[in-house]
Each structure stands twice: as C-alpha cells, then as structure tokens.
Design a protein around this ligand. Structure first.
Ligand code: ATP
Length: 281
C-alpha cells in the first residue's frame, strides 16, 4: 500500500507501509467558493478553488477584472468567509484576521502627518509590546530598504517607489509569515515599477516569506513569481497554473527585464494571455 501523508500524521503508520511525506502547505484553498449578497442581488465571485501554496513560495494570481482575485486575498486575510470549502494556513482554518498575514496595497496608505519611522512603527504601536525592540527593527528595515536617510521625512517628501518601500517596511515590521500584494505597483510609472518589483521580490525571498501577488500585468507575474495561477472570468475558477523556471535575480540587469528577453517568455506570455480570454463575451 502507498500512502501520502502529512508530516504530522507520519507517526501513526504501521511498519512496512510505503510512505510519501508531504509537508503541510503553508496555505491551502480546499473547494473554496464565495458568494456576495447585497440589496442588488447575489454575486458568485469564486467557485471550486483548490490550491496549495508551500512555505516560502511566491505565487502570482492573474485574471480579468472582477474575477475574484482580491476576494481570494480577503479570504486569506480573514476579512471574508467562504460560502463553500475551507481556507487553511498551516492546516488551521482561517476564521478571522490574524497576525501572520500582512498586506501591501496599490495605495500605500501611509499617514501623511507621521514620519516614515513613525509610519513603520504603526503596527507594533497598535499591537503593544516592546517598543524599543520594534524601533530597532523598524530602523533596520528602513536602512535595508534604502530609506535610512528618510526616516524622519514625511511621506509627502518621498517618491512613489520610496513610499511603497516604506509601506513594505511597515508591513514587514509586524513580521508576517504571509504577504498579500494586491496590485502594489499599479500606481507607479513603468521604470519605477520594473525596479521596485525586482527589489520587493528579492526582499520577500530573502526574508523567506510566502507571498501572493495579484496583478493585471502578465510580465510582472511571470518575472516575480515561482508560479502563475490564471483565474477564469467570474465566478473565478482556476483555469491554469504555470511553474516559472527562471533563475533568481542577481545579474546586473533587473530580473524583470532579463526575463522578458528569454526565449521562453513570449510563449508563456501568449499562453497566459489566451487563457485570460480577454476577447470572449
Ligand atoms: N463586498 C462586496 N459585495 C458585493 N459584491 C462584491 C463585493 N466585493 C466584490 N464584489 C464583487 O465580486 C466580484 C469579484 O470582485 P473582486 O474585487 O474580488 O475582483 P478582482 O478580480 O479583484 O477585480 P479587479 O481586478 O477589478 O480588482 C466582482 O464582481 C465584484 O463586483
């Protein structure tokens, strides 16, 4: 007999059983569906989502507008509950917002009246605890993200890319295991977007976080992620999952550019584009 088990259940096996040990995924969607109810009627946003994401993996979600991408993130953040199925983090169902999940959004939502350091310290202030340690961590993060000289500046004195790095520092200061990135670069100009997406993917990988990026930008998804998940039109179902085999950044050219110049890129881009089915009625 061959049994596939999780690490947790390995102890219970009888001698002689052939065993494939599979670690518990950091994130699991099991048969997940979600319907919104409003005075204007019912909207089925997601249907039959089954997806495992390993610890440390970087997954991008692409799909047409309104297909349920942000809803998927809200389910993981515990801000919405599934109408069907279960969302699990380390095998534990998500029942509400928790400390393990951090958000990075399109709008950086920095408080304009607070300095960059004070913005970075917002989470620890709300959570309470050792503020001296939090201050050290915040300073260290800001230095590492290239904002060491701007800690005492107000957000209005920073460029769009710097503001997003500050927003990332604020999220990372809470040390989440999982990062949800909801179109974090879409308000930036193209050049900033390319370099910042590289920088942020590197930071997230270096710090061993598990990340889910929602984006409309196929090249961005391909160049940042380990896997690209394509959702169908609403109700969002998983249409395809692509493993991305490009090596990590490290060269002189930004990975976002280098990936676009590989021979595999056009085929992958066209495949995802067709799966998005933008012209269908
Ligand atoms: N709170 C809500 N109440 C009712 N319907 C909602 C609610 N939030 C989202 N919807 C609907 O659910 C569907 C999925 O929305 P969602 O924001 O998840 O899509 P999306 O793929 O992230 O869209 P976009 O790419 O445009 O941001 C849409 O039709 C949206 O109008």
């Amino acid at each position: 007999m061959t049994i596939t088990i999780t690490v947790d259940t390995a102890k219970r096996l009888a001698d002689g059983d052939a065993v494939t040990v599979r670690p518990v995924p950091r994130i699991a969607f099991r048969g997940v569906g979600l319907r919104y109810f409003s005075p204007r009627g019912e909207t089925e946003a997601l249907c039959g989502i089954d997806l495992d994401i390993a610890a440390g993996e970087f997954v991008a979600i692409v799909g047409q507008s309104g297909c349920g991408k942000s809803t998927l993130l809200s389910l993981l953040a515990g801000l919405a509950s599934p109408s069907a199925g279960t969302v699990l983090i380390d095998d534990v169902p998500v029942t509400g917002p928790g400390r393990r999940v951090g958000f990075m959004l399109q709008q950086d939502t920095l408080f304009e009246w607070r300095t960059i350091l004070e913005n970075t310290l917002l989470g620890p202030e709300l959570r309470g605890g050792d503020m001296a340690a939090a201050r050290d961590r915040a300073r260290d993060l800001l230095i590492r993200y290239g904002l060491g000289d701007f800690m005492d500046h107000k957000p209005g004195q920073l460029s769009g890319g710097m503001r997003q790095r500050a927003a990332l520092a604020r999220t990372m200061c809470m040390d989440p295991d999982i990062l949800l990135l909801d179109e974090p670069f879409s308000a930036l100009d193209f050049q900033t977007r390319l370099t910042l997406s590289d920088e942020i993917a590197d930071i997230i990988r270096r710090e061993g976080k598990t990340a889910i990026l929602v984006t409309h930008d196929i090249p961005e998804a391909i160049s940042m992620a380990d896997r690209v998940v394509v959702l169908s039109r609403r109700p969002g179902r998983i249409r395809a999952v692509h493993d991305i085999g490009f090596p990590s950044a490290g060269g002189v050219r930004p990975r976002a550019l280098a990936v676009r110049e590989t021979p595999e890129f056009p085929h992958l881009f066209n495949t995802v584009w067709e799966e998005l089915d933008v012209h269908a009625e």
